[in-house]
Design a binder for this molecule. Structure first.
Ligand SMILES: Cc1cc2nc3c(=O)[nH]c(=O)nc-3n(C[C@H](O)[C@H](O)[C@H](O)COP(=O)(O)OP(=O)(O)OC[C@H]3O[C@@H](n4cnc5c(N)ncnc54)[C@H](O)[C@@H]3O)c2cc1C
Length: 392
């Protein structure tokens, strides 16, 4: 990605960026993703191409070899991947967890890791937060990192940790002070950069989870894993704040993926409704088919406006918690509506793997649940935006 693009107007950059990402994605057609889905295999080649083109380094500052672009541009990259029929989930984490290292990493960590991540020499694709017994209630996590001299000893378990097997580094959130010893439950969590190349087999075990979608998710077990103190990101005990810092970026990027999915579904539904002739006319001529597609389109476009608004606020350094959360909720709902409408439009063929509708339907369903579930977004809006009583 050429850095001189930063000097053109935003709209020119966005058009150029979209065109370039679309061109790259066109080399990975439906059949590529379908075949990987069938084999539950990771899109190595696609992620390599995206990395080599510089797209996964979009948010790394230029001084460290990245493009120094904003969240708006990063979101366009992921939107276009999903809009092409692909699945950004194979590589989106690098974009949304990068901020933790950029903002809170020491100068030594940034100098050491960022240029290598930007060049693709190191992959930072895994982010370990969720635990089997505590789920969404993050502050209750049980994985402990206990300091012993120049290293921490980590014990515990994580679940649903994606891309661990396709990553060199993993951001790990663990308790460094037991819950009963902190005054606020958000205190006492810390963030670590785990070097997977040395950790796996030496205190860390990874077990793949077979799932409804091809997502390379795993269970991870820590049994006296040693992590050097210099791999702690930021201050000890402040990890929850660093987590929160990254959430708006994550919400906006995921919203963009949903918009991409939504547009992909609408395009397919419209095309099929024009071509499929039953009772002597295209099914799209029936308003029972046409109106749900039109409504889904309206909702995707409306969600996109909120996503753009949130991204603009984010890039201007303004508060955007409400907008980022609303964008994620609206976009996830819109893509899911578009998915359902497209399933209905395709009739029985929606179920045939060769049409890719069922694959994308499964993939876009995830966004109702992960990385953050719809209920949790609504509780954020209820409590933090509308000042209603806290429910948990
Ligand atoms: C394919 C996949 C990939 C993932 N990748 C990662 C990853 O890379 N790293 C990582 O850390 N995690 C990952 N996750 C985990 C994901 O973030 C969690 O599944 C998600 O946050 C929900 O947690 P849970 O599954 O434990 O659900 P629970 O916390 O058990 O919640 C179950 C349901 O109850 C609802 N609920 C819970 N409490 C409340 C409440 N107080 N009010 C209203 N509703 C409530 C939730 O919204 C949810 O719908 C992934 C999950 C999946 C499925």
């Amino acid at each position: 990605m050429a850095t001189e693009q930063r000097h053109v107007t935003n709209s020119e950059l966005h058009t150029d960026l979209r065109t370039a990402v679309r061109e790259l994605c066109s080399r990975y057609p439906d059949s590529y993703w379908r075949e990987l889905d069938a084999r539950e295999a990771y899109p190595e080649e696609f992620v390599k191409a995206l990395t080599e083109a510089g797209y996964l380094a979009a948010l790394i500052p230029e001084e460290f070899g990245g493009s120094g672009l904003g969240i708006a541009e990063a979101s366009i990259i992921l939107e276009e991947v999903n809009r092409s029929g692909g699945n950004s989930a194979a590589c989106h984490a690098q974009l949304y967890i990068m901020g933790t290292l950029v903002r809170h990493g020491s100068e030594a960590q940034r100098q050491h890791y960022l240029p290598k991540i930007a060049s693709g020499e190191l992959r930072l694709q895994a982010f370990a937060v969720t635990e089997p017994t505590t789920g969404t209630d993050t502050t209750q996590m049980k994985t402990m990192a206990v300091r012993q001299g120049d290293h921490y000893v980590v014990n515990g378990q994580k679940v649903w940790i994606s891309r661990v097997e396709h990553s060199d580094l993993m951001l790990l959130v663990a308790r460094t002070t037991p819950l009963k010893e902190v005054t606020k439950k958000t205190e006492g969590l810390s963030v670590f950069l785990v070097d997977l190349r040395t950790a796996i087999g030496h205190g860390m075990t990874v077990r793949p989870i077979r799932a409804m979608i091809n997502h390379a998710s795993t269970e991870v077990f820590f049994d006296n894993l040693e992590v050097p103190v210099e791999n702690r990101v930021g201050e000890e005990g402040k990890g929850f704040r660093y987590l929160l810092d990254g959430l708006n970026a994550e919400r906006i990027l995921i919203a963009a993926e949903c918009v991409g999915d939504g547009r992909w579904f609408i395009e397919r539904a419209c095309r099929y409704s024009r071509d499929r002739v039953v009772f002597g006319r295209p099914i799209g001529q029936n308003q029972g088919i046409q109106f749900p597609i039109a409504r889904a389109h309206v909702n995707v476009e409306a969600a996109d406006l909120m996503r753009i608004h949130a991204a603009e606020l984010f890039d201007a350094g303004q508060a955007c918690g409400a907008e980022a959360n609303m964008a994620k909720l609206l976009a996830a709902d819109a893509s899911w509506e578009a998915a359902n409408v497209t399933m209905q439009t395709y009739g029985g063929y929606a179920f045939a793997q060769d049409y890719d509708i069922e694959r994308k339907f499964r993939e876009t369903r995830l966004y109702q649940t992960a990385p953050i579930s719809t209920n949790l977004i609504l509780s954020y809006i209820g409590q933090h935006v509308l000042d209603m009583p806290r429910s948990f």
